[in-house]
Design a protein around this ligand. Structure first.
Ligand code: MLT
Length: 209
């Protein structure tokens, strides 16, 4: 089978609810990285996990950056489009329920998930973003009233600061999204508390379907 535009892994769903987790790794990760996280968050859900197509010193990413926290906006735009096309391709190939795809992204993967939500919001039903930043400020905010999100931030994160998290939350809320924010008492790395809170949020989201 072709790679549908991104090298990826797909794990077929067994839960019967048609939910697919789109797993988006952080800088230096790959398509296998977040599979255990996806299995823990929503046991039995289908998992679609692409590898970012950009390399930074050999480390996969979903889009280029010019420096830490300074994003190459033209590349971000192109890669976001590519990822959107991949989701559409994969939906057809794997027979996914297009209205039940939820993004689960960490760091750079969370940032491209936000970019996707700002530009093609109908591709995702919900999002769990660990340590996200503001990828860009849309000139016109899309209607995000049906979007449910969890943002998991780190109190002492020096990459995605508290202020940056606050800006992102306000942006999503200005589009009408329902945003739950949780604060991990640490930095950019994930902790058990993140996992527990995300599992709890996910079980509530699944129960609403
Ligand atoms: C990014 O480049 O997307 C953010 O700085 C997070 C990271 O990947 O380090």
């Amino acid at each position: 089978m072709s790679d549908l535009g991104f090298r990826h892994r797909f794990v077929e769903g067994e839960s019967g609810d048609g939910v697919t987790l789109l797993l988006l790794h952080g800088t230096g990760g790959d398509e296998s990285d977040l599979i255990p996280l996806g299995q823990a968050l929503a046991p039995g859900a289908a998992l679609l996990s692409p590898r970012g197509r950009v390399l930074e010193n050999g480390m996969p990413r979903f889009f280029r950056r010019l420096a830490e926290g300074v994003f190459d906006q033209e590349d971000l735009r192109i890669q976001t489009e590519n990822l959107g096309q991949f989701i559409k391709n994969a939906s057809g190939t794997y027979n996914l329920r297009a209205d039940r795809i939820i993004a689960v992204g960490y760091s750079n993967g969370a940032n491209i998930a936000s970019s996707l939500l700002f530009t093609q919001p109908r591709l995702l039903a919900a999002a769990v973003l660990f340590r996200p930043m503001v990828p860009f400020v849309p000139s016109k905010m899309p209607d995000l009233k049906t979007l449910q999100m969890l943002i998991a931030a780190g109190n002492r994160d020096t990459i995605a600061s508290r202020q940056e998290t606050g800006r992102l939350v306000e942006l999503f809320k200005s589009g009408g999204a329902s945003v739950t924010t949780i604060w991990h008492d640490g930095g950019h790395e994930l902790g058990q508390d993140d996992l527990g809170a995300a599992k709890h949020w996910m079980s509530q989201w699944l129960a609403m379907l």
